[in-house]
Design a protein around this ligand. Sequence first.
Ligand SMILES: Cc1cc2nc3c(=O)[nH]c(=O)nc-3n(C[C@H](O)[C@H](O)[C@H](O)COP(=O)(O)O)c2cc1C
Length: 331
Amino acid sequence: MKTIFDGTVLGAIPLKNRIWRSATWLALSQDGRVNDTIIRTYEVLAKGQAAAIVTGLVSISPMDESLPGGVCFRDDSDLEGHRRLTESVHRYGARIYLQAGMVDGDVNGWSREQIRTIVGHFGDAAERAEKAGYDGVQIHAAHFFFLSKFLSPAVNKRKDSYGGSPEDRARILVEILRDMRAKTRPEFSIIIKINASDFLPGGLEDRDFFTACKMLAVNGIDAIEVSANGTSVSGVKAGVNEAYFSDYADALKAEVDIPVILVGGHRSIEAMNRLLNETDIEYLSMSRPLIREPDLMQRWMDGDSRPALCISCNSCYRTDGHTCIFNSKKK
Ligand SMILES: Cc1cc2nc3c(=O)[nH]c(=O)nc-3n(C[C@H](O)[C@H](O)[C@H](O)COP(=O)(O)O)c2cc1C
């Protein structure tokens, strides 16, 4: 019988339970660098007993723009800030992954040479993340950000080896994974967050999703976090419509033999434990519930098993610094 409270080991990484904090862009950096407010936010999550925290999207290439208030990690100039961040999280026994991504880019216009340069930037980011004390990196290939567009036949119209068949559309991801592996120690953890669907006419289908995941598995990815476009579905209610992408993750487990993390709409212990036992999914990740209650896991460990208080209103996306409106101080 599996439960969310089980300790496990992912590759070489011990995890104290099965709950991850899914990547959440905090919108708290003024200059692309880590600051004390950001460190404090992750520290509180670590103290609240999330087993592993994935940072919000970190822009890793000078060929990219950045999210408003987003963190960048394109050179060594803020290594010290990232070191302080990883140390604060580790102090509470949690693991910390850097979400390596690109916001956007010219999927169809960039030359093969430019794509190879980008691949190198991802590899460099993994090397830098390891130096800064991260337990691993997560490649962001979901939610219609740059890498997920490569996967989509609705967007990727390239005629070279980076477009066309499902294998060719997934090629950039495999090249990134290989470059990251070549630049880090074997025990450094590399995972991916990937779209199972983009819900576009002529877009990503099961076959594309499975092919990409199988290629990544063969090339040594440590885990796959399953998401899809329109990720933060509103109106989730405990016991009613939780875990809205679970069919994709469940189907993926029939195709690959590596750990799968499922994100999206987890709100109650009961539903999560059921999912862990009725499927082969190993891990569950949460974003919005932990914005409202960063200590949710601690609350559950203490025996208060009421579902997450998050009402999935998505107002957190609109606040200045992505906080919960129920937690913001009245001015
Ligand atoms: C404010 C906010 C920022 C987010 N930023 C990111 C991000 O940087 N990278 C990412 O992969 N997903 C991001 N997400 C999506 C979440 O990781 C997650 O996939 C989604 O919210 C569904 O999970 P939930 O129901 O637990 O919130 C963000 C979500 C929210 C609410």
